[in-house]
Design a protein around this ligand. Structure first.
Ligand code: F6R
Length: 609
């Protein structure tokens, strides 16, 4: 959480930093701030609240210079006030920080005993003091940073300026993301690629505890012994246009509409068109995959829901037992890793702290890891034994949409691949699923064309305080995902339940004020059972919104409102059923006037525990 950026070069430094912060705002928006080296002094301007507040403050105060850093905050230590906003300054040093210094209280206490005074409640300010302290004892900039960070426990990505160093700045990291962007006579650092992709696509990454000294001409990277490290750069395929709204009112809406394209990009390059079989080149030489005895799927939030769908797929298509665990639970529960256990961490950002730690826990216990990630060069992608990249493109809206459906797509491919490798999946079955998958993007497009039909439903129910979402089997995780989407962007309380569980508790909630959204596609083994659940809900005056299949004449009689989807095989149905649920949440949030792309209290990339 939190976004940091740094720039040195001939452009308008303030503009580069503010634009970068705007692209990083999805990481946190409790406060924002910049520091610019103006002549031989450093000017710091910060403001509580969103970046727009900072922009207002800077309107009459243009800071010009060639070097600067910026920060957008998701508060961890200390409330979201201007005082706690970054950059933090102490003496000669000004820093921005993403992460958490776990031992900051201990460090703060010992610094206070030495006479240091602190103005903020943050853990970050301690770092500025430690660097200044090393400076004061005669160390140069690089050594001072090294000495300071060697005392930190926890996670950090830092941009560091010193008034005495007008021509360079330092970046360093541990367990927090940071990329370096290289240009001609200009260099960038940022928490994420979208912040700098307008200026350069040439990216270098920094390993934990390395120190990058950034000047206009180049970036020199030192390892923890301060030996110079040669690091080559590579070009990213994300383009500036991909991080624009392109006429959509919100990124979330754009990203909902991008799903057919994202799925095509994720699936097509992995299908052999002449044989309709899956090719996963990334796993081609991994012989262990033919004898996997157990699969563990790990993720958080929406990625956790993808894991739940993955369980159905892998068990059905590859006949391998699957455990699903929330990353935050797995890492602390002394898990059993048997020989031949495959662990699949799923993460859009590739930076979620819990998923990274859970994966490392599994690796430490001998599991083989294959990550499903969207962000190239992210920490999870770099730390896993193997990676399958989804090609969703940058996802900017905080509520995940296209990342989810591309994670599902990758799980279909992985299930088919594992089933082929262990010989449990008949060839005809692989063909059927592949052909079905290839038909999904146009079917989604046809659904997208009709999404406005849901606006009437939103108008009818947007004032309700609670929603219940029901689904069964492979669509139970979709009910959970629909409820999560509604909660996070509209702030309406919503619960997802397995429909069969309704009469074991949640039925008590149902009355004429409770909309019940039911995911009930035709063709499932439990369709009839869901109809009984609907009857039970209707008998208690519940207002039923059915996500059903075109041509289904029995379900509508139990529904107050319906949205119909084209027919597809049950096993593929989650790719379709989730689309109206994403849009329903979006459309209700718009009616309620919430901040759809940056809902309160949330951040896109959860890099703290
Ligand atoms: C919900 C949402 C979050 C993320 C979760 C994991 O819309 O976006 O629940 O799915 O924080 O994030 P990643 O996939 O980046 O690990």
């Amino acid at each position: 959480m939190c976004g940091i950026i740094g720039y040195i070069g001939d452009r308008d430094v303030l503009e580069v930093i503010l634009e970068g912060l705007q692209r990083l705002e999805y990481r946190g928006y409790d406060s924002a701030g910049v520091a610019v080296m103006t002549g031989d002094d450093l000017e710091v301007v910060k403001s509580a609240g969103k970046l727009s507040n900072l922009r207002d403050k800077l309107r009459d105060r243009h800071l010009s210079g060639r070097l600067g850093i910026g920060h957008t905050r998701w508060a961890t230590h200390g409330k979201p006030s201007e005082t706690n906003a970054h950059p933090h300054r102490h003496g000669n040093i000004v820093i921005v920080h993403n992460g958490i210094v776990e031992n900051y209280l201990e460090l703060k206490r010992s610094l206070m005993l030495e006479g240091h005074e602190f103005y903020s409640e943050t853990d970050t300010e301690v770092i500025a003091h430690l660097i200044q302290r090393a400076f004061d004892t005669g160390y140069d900039f690089v050594h001072a940073v090294k000495i300071a960070v060697s005392r930190l426990e926890g996670s950090f990505a830092l941009g560091i300026l010193a008034t005495s160093e007008p021509d360079r700045f330092i970046a360093t990291k541990r367990n927090s993301p940071l990329v370096i962007g290289c240009g001609k006579d200009e260099q960038f650092i940022a928490s994420d690629i979208p912040a700098i992709v307008n200026y350069t696509r040439e990216i270098k990454h920094l390993e934990d505890d390395e120190i990058a000294v950034v000047t206009r001409q180049k970036v020199v990277i030192y390892d923890r012994n301060l030996e110079i490290v040669e690091r080559s750069s590579h070009n990213v395929t994300w383009s500036p246009i991909m991080v624009e709204k392109l006429g959509y009112k919100h990124f979330m809406l754009k990203e909902i509409h991008e799903q057919p394209r994202a799925l095509i990009d994720t699936i097509m390059e992995r299908v052999d068109k002449s044989t309709n079989r899956i090719i996963l080149e990334e796993l081609e030489n991994v012989s262990e995959l033919s004898q996997v005895s157990k699969v563990v799927l790990l993720g958080c939030g929406t990625a956790g829901h993808a894991c739940m769908v993955g369980k159905f797929l892998i068990e059905k298509l590859a006949r391998i037992p699957v455990e699903v665990d929330l990353s935050s639970e797995y890492r602390y529960r002394d898990p059993i890793v048997l020989p031949d256990t495959l662990v699949v961490p799923i993460s859009q950002s590739g930076e979620t702290a819990d998923t990274l730690a859970a994966m490392n826990e599994a690796k430490g216990r001998g599991a083989i890891t294959v990550a499903i990630c969207n962000v190239i060069d992210s920490t999870i992608a770099r730390s896993a034994d193997h990676v399958l990249f989804t090609h969703a493109g940058p996802e900017i809206g905080v509520a995940s949409t296209k990342a989810f459906t591309t994670q599902l797509a990758m799980l279909y491919l992985l299930s088919l691949y594992l089933g082929r490798k262990n010989g449990k999946l008949p060839l005809e079955h692989e063909h059927d699923i592949v052909l079905g998958l290839l038909r999904i993007p146009p079917l989604i497009s046809s659904v997208l064309d009709r999404l406005v039909e849901l606006d009437n439903i939103s108008h009818r129910f947007f004032h309700c305080r609670d929603f219940l979402y029901l689904g069964r089997g492979i669509n139970y995780p979709i009910a959970l995902e629909g409820a999560l989407k509604l909660k996070e962007i509209s702030y309406i309380h919503a619960e997802g339940y397995a429909a069969g569980e309704m009469k074991h508790g949640p039925i008590a909630l149902i009355d004429e004020h409770m909309p019940v959204v039911v995911v009930a596609p035709m063709g499932s083994r439990t369709h009839e059972k869901i109809l009984s659940n609907l009857e039970e809900a209707k008998a208690r005056n519940g207002k039923v919104i059915g996500i059903i299949t075109e041509g289904d004449h029995s379900t509508p009689q139990f529904c107050d409102e319906v949205f119909s989807l084209p027919l597809c095989a049950e096993v593929l149905s989650p790719l379709l059923t989730v689309i109206p649920l994403q849009y329903l949440a979006y459309s209700i949030a718009v009616l309620l006037g919430t901040d759809v792309d940056q809902p309160r209290n949330l951040a896109k990339s959860v890099t703290v525990e």
